[in-house]
Design a protein around this ligand. Structure first.
Ligand code: ATP
Ligand code: MG
Length: 356
């Protein structure tokens, strides 16, 4: 198989971990006889420094001319005090919009060899394996108006939570499709006791559920969902929710299984290439030190093989290489637990590559 991949290393440890994903993909290409062509673009602070904008047009052109996009991470203290159009994070919001990335998938799974890195007791965290599906293009983040205003002569503010029914329907359908290939349970998270948008969300979930008799649908209020993630995360299979609830819950869920450095994500497009990135940020505190954990990025590449290229066997080979490497005791600092000897980013990459 021949595929073109746009690589956007971004800032901070983004540059260090994307190197890992590429080495692993090269190993996969060699072992399975594929041709992956990599083309590089800039985004975030690096793009601001080199071309005065967090998302140059050339970057979008590159992405659109490829089969999938791999993104490292953006941001860093250097750009924190810039005016808002010169913030690295703007590049992220813009690329989601421009590539029509409507769904963000975050698998949360437990690695038995990392039990000691979880804040939860082993009995609670064991065998956790679920996916959070977050709506990415609507809701409070994009609703208009969103502005400072006045009300009865006094300072006030408005943000708008806006959804079209079709946007709700497509994300819920995606959740049901995923669940039908997994443990056949969808938990739809909303705040239907308060929000009108949540009531339409709930109705739509019921309508979609009627087409998937084999999948069980449960509605859960977002405050309860936040609690259940800690009390009993094993109950979940596919959790689907709107943009802001998903942002918060997926960060909460990401710490359940240990380190941020372990978790991948996939953002699916309505039409063009999908985008794959680790859930962690640019980690300025450890950038440039060759100590970042490359696993989240490597698992994001595995997810690309599966979801964008349909290469299930290859994806599983990468996931197995990661698991075997961890089982052998290899650790970067963030997942060291009590262990004193740790690997550098490059050493961890080499171990995983060896396992493939
Ligand atoms: P953002 O706003 O981009 O999400 P953030 O500051 O919230 O950034 P991260 O950049 O992800 O979050 O960093 C949070 C903490 O987790 C930092 O202490 C960082 O060093 C650590 N961390 C994040 N990713 C990794 C990784 N891959 N390996 C090791 N440690 C990591
Ligand atoms: Mg963050």
């Amino acid at each position: 198989m021949r595929r073109k991949i746009t690589v956007l290393p971004g800032d901070g440890i983004g540059k260090e971990v994307t190197r890992g994903a590429i080495e692993i993909l090269e190993a996969v290409a060699e072992r399975y006889g594929h041709e992956f062509e990599f083309q590089y673009g800039e985004i975030g602070g690096t793009a601001i420094d080199n071309s005065g904008t967090p998302l140059p047009d050339e970057t979008i052109e590159l992405c659109k001319s490829s089969d999938a996009v791999l993104l490292g991470a953006v941001g860093g203290p250097k750009w924190d005090n810039q005016p808002s159009h010169l913030r690295p994070e703007r590049g992220l919001l813009a690329i989601r919009k421009q590539l029509n990335l409507y769904a963000n998938l975050r698998p949360i799974s437990y690695f038995s060899s990392l039990a000691e890195s979880s804040p939860l007791r082993k009995e609670i965290i064991e065998e956790v394996d679920f996916v959070i599906v977050r709506e990415l293009t609507g809701g409070l983040y994009f609703g208009k108006p969103s502005e400072r205003t006045t009300h009865e002569g006094k300072e006030a503010v408005v943000d708008t939570l806006f959804y079209q029914k079709d946007e709700i329907k497509r994300i819920i359908e995606l959740a049901f499709e995923l669940a039908s290939k997994r443990k056949k349970r969808v938990t739809s998270v909303d705040k239907a006791n308060v929000l009108e948008s949540s009531r339409l969300w709930r109705e739509t979930a019921e309508e979609v559920a009627a087409h998937y008799p084999e999948v069980e649908l449960e509605h859960m209020l977002v405050d309860n969902a936040a609690m259940q993630l800690i009390r009993n995360p094993r109950q979940f299979d596919v959790m689907v929710t709107e943009n802001m609830f998903g942002d918060i819950l997926s960060d909460e869920a990401s710490v359940l299984t240990g380190s941020l450095g372990m978790l991948p994500s996939a953002s699916l497009s309505t039409e063009g290439p999908n985008l794959f990135e680790p859930i962690h940020g640019s980690a300025p505190d450890i950038a440039g030190k060759n100590i970042a954990n490359p696993i989240a990025m490597i698992l994001s590449a595995a997810s690309m093989l599966r979801l964008s290229f349909g290469l299930e066997e290859e994806a599983e080979a990468v996931e197995k290489a990661v698991k075997d490497t961890l089982d052998s005791g290899a650790r970067t600092g963030d997942i060291a637990g009590g262990q004193t000897s740790t690997l550098t980013t490059k050493e961890m990459i080499a171990e995983i590559k060896g396992a493939i």
